[in-house]
Design a protein around this ligand. Sequence first.
Ligand SMILES: *[C@@H]1O[C@H](CO)[C@@H](O)[C@H](O)[C@H]1NC(C)=O
Ligand SMILES: *[C@@H]1O[C@H](CO)[C@@H](O)[C@H](O)[C@H]1NC(C)=O
Ligand SMILES: *[C@@H]1O[C@H](CO)[C@@H](O)[C@H](O)[C@H]1NC(C)=O
Ligand SMILES: *[C@@H]1O[C@H](CO)[C@@H](O)[C@H](O)[C@H]1NC(C)=O
Ligand SMILES: *[C@@H]1O[C@H](CO)[C@@H](O)[C@H](O)[C@H]1NC(C)=O
Ligand SMILES: *[C@@H]1O[C@H](CO)[C@@H](O)[C@H](O)[C@H]1NC(C)=O
Length: 585
Amino acid sequence: MSTHLDKFSSATSLLTGFVLCIALSNGIVATSDKPNIIIIMADDLGFDDVSFRGSNNFLTPNIDALAYSGVILNNLYVAPMCTPSRAALLTGKYPINTGMQHYVIVNDQPWGLPLNETTMAEIFRENGYRTSLLGKWHLGLSQRNFTPTERGFDRHLGYLGAYVDYYTQSYEQQNKGYNGHDFRDSLKSTHDHVGHYVTDLLTDAAVKEIEDHGSKNSSQPLFLLLNHLAPHAANDDDPMQAPAEEVSRFEYISNKTHRYYAAMVSRLDKSVGSVIDALARQEMLQNSIILFLSDNGGPTQGQHSTTASNYPLRGQKNSPWEGALRSSAAIWSTEFERLGSVWKQQIYIGDLLPTLAAAAGISPDPALHLDGLNLWSALKYGYESVEREIVHVIDEDVAEPHLSYTRGKWKVISGTTNQGLYDGWLGHRETSEVDPRAVEYEELVRNTSVWLQLQQVSFGERNISELRDQSRIECPDPATGVKPCLPLEGPCLFDIEADPCERSNLYAEYQNSTIFLDLWSRIQQFAKQAHPPNNKPGDPNCDPRFYHNEWTWWQDEKASSSGTIGVMKVFTLLVVFIFTSSCIN
Ligand SMILES: *[C@@H]1O[C@H](CO)[C@@H](O)[C@H](O)[C@H]1NC(C)=O
Ligand SMILES: *[C@@H]1O[C@H](CO)[C@@H](O)[C@H](O)[C@H]1NC(C)=O
Ligand SMILES: *[C@@H]1O[C@H](CO)[C@@H](O)[C@H](O)[C@H]1NC(C)=O
Ligand SMILES: *[C@@H]1O[C@H](CO)[C@@H](O)[C@H](O)[C@H]1NC(C)=O
Ligand SMILES: *[C@@H]1O[C@H](CO)[C@@H](O)[C@H](O)[C@H]1NC(C)=O
Ligand SMILES: *[C@@H]1O[C@H](CO)[C@@H](O)[C@H](O)[C@H]1NC(C)=O
């Protein structure tokens, strides 16, 4: 009897397999076997500025719904600033190995991600993907060859430089008096979106990209990188910008800067909702991997500060501390065995390339010498086994040399940025001003279409309060007598598992131990092999005034139309000459 059944069931499965095969080869099952990869990256979002970690100051119900439905990446490490972080994402390498480790590309500087580096977009495109970048680039604009559609993206709608005004899409470099429009549809400058709030227009573009893709019922998988401007500050003349109706939802926040920040984040949260809705409408969810992250920690104080909070972590953007390096992130895919969990494995932003490639059955060429690890199966099955080594920063800049390195629970810091001005615990969790929606927080999250759509394709009970609790960062009360870390005076050693807030410096106890000495020699080895920084000083030929007030690949323009610039320069000189001589007279 049992053999009978076995025969019957194996015959059935054979038959099913056969039918499935026919279905696949006839394109009846329209989706390809490669998943769509949708990455939504925030710019300068604080670690505590998503509400799934427990803050009720302003809520992010869509991001939270994604997080609770998927896997919360509780230890995703990024680079401390935009350019190095984006370089690591797209190359799968440490910035020290591509020369992208020092600071960021300022718009007037003629450098970019080296042209001999292979990008994630190139790898996915070679493997049959449509590749689309919406929003920020920041990996070079001085030459046309540096720009996204020359680096593996089929399309780019967005800006090439550091940031833009949320409405005019122009960038002002105040120290040099340069001001120009920076927004393109692939290579062509477009003014069609002037007056349209950038977060919304990038969201609309992402929705349209998904709809176009879905309506073609394409067997070509989609690689979509949605690099938001939000919630980065805009130009210094008007840094905090959000639509009035969004700001009005946060009237309970008395500080105006913070109220605008909440509105900027809230609009970003809506974007996550719209993108997931579009994927659902096109029946693409089932076969998509959706990742949300920030490029680096938030700037609480100083340049481009937005009131972002990395609570309870130490430091902020552009520093060696956890507040610069940890990103609040979540990922979702029907492939995951443990949806609705908090994954504690340390994962580096450079791991995403090999990990997502593995998800798509792509094996990157070993000749690329990636620093990133393929953590796909650990992520898929939800285990934590790899002791990750991460070179966060080794910056031998003469003015501010500093390094930050982790292996497992050990973290070494030496030197810092801004003379240590932003080395404290800068962010806090505001509890006196509470989002009125917080009283029905769980219902709010469960009411989002993100929740409903993701439940529909990956049904499962989720204990929201438990997940919210598990993603909280616990820091021990600073015990009396702990040695503070003064990174300008000497190296510091932390056990970041026990002390993620970097309060107790264990260097004095461990300085002669093999634990520390091994870490230190490893750091020296990385430093010795580091690619020299690609940074170059500003080039006055970039001035948008020479190019119809556009930021453009001036090194090519100069070569092709040096006549115009020449004439402009002679003219300027002449004016200066006349002006000076008339003054002297
Ligand atoms: C790119 O060129 C630089 C400088 O010649 C070199 O140091 C680096 O190793 C090269 N990178 C790759 C991926 O070939
Ligand atoms: C709002 O908060 C920021 C950061 O704490 C502070 O610098 C600023 O002065 C505050 N603004 C007002 C109007 O209180
Ligand atoms: C794509 O094609 C499949 C099979 O023909 C069909 O079931 C599905 O509804 C189509 N999707 C769209 C968005 O047209
Ligand atoms: C959730 O949705 C239901 C039905 O639309 C509505 O009655 C309820 O007020 C919503 N709750 C929240 C907290 O938004
Ligand atoms: C959710 O988890 C919390 C804390 O672990 C527990 O007290 C509560 O009973 C759980 N709720 C449900 C519905 O299982
Ligand atoms: C480590 O070695 C230095 C120099 O030899 C010595 O001064 C210091 O006391 C030692 N520290 C410990 C904790 O053993």
